[in-house]
Design a protein around this ligand. Structure first.
Ligand code: CTP
Length: 396
């Protein structure tokens, strides 16, 4: 949870600084109290005014500046921080932090801080792979620091390789992860997401309008809260969330097999996928040529959730979704009972403002003991947390 948190970003001298501008902007817009510390070299790329405008806080640049608002600056900022991210982290700051050198504000503050600290290295591939940098990175890891893997691609120097600063959205996700309570630590969560695709031939297929956003939000929230997450996903085009193990599947049959395997040691299972109920009886290789009218014979797929409900052991929590265009309550409760679920999250798919393809959802949860809870319309990431909160409550 980013909102209300004190986040300190240490910015060192690298061209990737431009990405930190949008990171700081997004963090502040989402309610974080962001403080930026810039090294002298960082100020050659971007001026402090940029970060001051974006963060609405004074940027710290100098250990001995008496005009700064902090009593003993490096100590008070270190105490205030819930988390510190050094990005872009040059080879120089990595070397200094690994060896306890404190010769400017940032390095001094890093030594004084007790909160979680992450470094996001950004430099030329050869510098990153130099024995000294590798050694320093290992030292930081041993000291309990978090090292964010650099991305690969075109570097500022024209070389191709590792050493790029990850995109702001990835850094944001890391901060979110570092700040979240780990109330699902030690738990295994299985989530399904997206549509399934049932092939007719090599060119045509049957599918549905699910985008996978709800399931991905659940997988992401569970991983952020410390769970070991397996996400069985139909084709969606969405990026796999951080610390999630994704298994890509295509058809309902593939999803059934992947779920059966992963189910055995799962503590919580949440089935958000929109699984096809029917698949073509036969699949034809190549491309079917047109002739007269054509009949497409469809056969039933396995009901994965029902099969999991039959296998469910004591202590496993099984939650399904019910996408309903009418008679929401009756249909949802029917599915809850038929599929032996602990809870079902029902949503009204006739509404245009929530559900399929949108960023928001509005669910009513029905429980095995006959109770129900209707939740307000909310962003899918918040709905994901609501469902996980209920899963934890049911586990107790
Ligand atoms: N589901 C499943 N396997 C299927 C069909 C559905 O696991 N072959 C799961 C979905 O992932 C969801 C729940 O069952 O969690 C309900 O899906 P939904 O499409 O709403 O209902 P159906 O069971 O398919 O029933 P109906 O088509 O009659 O609404």
């Amino acid at each position: 949870m980013i909102k209300g948190k004190h986040i300190v970003i240490g910015v060192t001298g690298g061209i990737a600084i431009y990405k930190i501008c949008s990171l700081v902007s997004r963090l502040s817009q989402n309610g974080a109290d962001v403080h930026v510390v810039m090294t002298e070299n960082a100020q050659k790329f971007v001026t402090p005014i940029t970060f001051e405008t974006l963060s609405k806080n004074r940027v710290v640049t100098d250990t001995f500046n008496r005009e700064d608002p902090y009593e003993v600056d490096h100590i008070s900022l270190a105490k205030l921080a819930d988390v510190i991210l050094v990005a872009p982290a040059t080879a120089n700051i990595i070397a200094k932090a690994a060896n306890g050198i404190a010769d400017d504000f940032l390095s001094t503050m890093l030594l004084a801080a007790k909160c979680r600290i992450a470094f996001s290295p950004a430099m030329n591939t050869n510098m990153l792979n130099a024995p000294a940098t590798k050694r320093n990175i290992e030292t930081l890891k041993k000291d309990g620091r978090i090292l964010i893997d650099s991305a690969s691609g075109m570097l500022a120097c024209g070389d191709e390789g590792d050493g790029r600063l990850p995109e702001p959205s990835v850094l944001y996700e890391h901060l979110d992860y570092m700040l979240e309570d780990k109330d699902l630590e030690g738990k295994k969560v299985l989530v399904t997401a997206g549509p399934t695709v049932e092939k007719i031939d090599d060119v045509r297929y049957l599918t549905n309008r699910s985008t996978g956003k709800m399931g991905y939000a659940i997988a992401k929230a569970a991983a952020t809260r410390g769970a070991e997450v397996t996400l069985v996903s139909g084709p969606t085009g969405l990026d796999c969330p951080l610390y999630v193990n994704r298994i890509d599947v295509t058809s309902a049959r593939d999803m059934y097999e992947a779920c059966m395997k992963a189910f055995e040691d799962a503590d919580i299972v949440i089935k958000a996928a929109a699984v096809a109920d029917y698949t073509p009886e036969e699949y034809r290789e190549g491309k079917i040529k047109k002739a007269g009218d054509m009949d497409l014979h469809l056969v039933r797929t396995n009901d994965i959730l029902k099969a999991l409900g039959e296998k469910k052991k004591d202590g496993q929590i099984l939650i399904g979704f019910a996408a309903e265009a009418a008679d929401l309550e009756e249909n949802a409760i029917g599915k809850l009972e038929r599929k032996n679920l602990d809870a079902i999250a029902a949503n009204d798919i006739s509404r245009k403002d929530v559900g399929f393809g949108t960023e928001q959802n509005q669910i009513t949860m029905f429980f095995r003991d006959g109770s129900r809870k209707a939740f307000d319309k909310a962003h899918k990431s918040d709905v994901a947390d609501i469902i996980l909160d209920e899963a934890i409550r049911l586990m107790k």
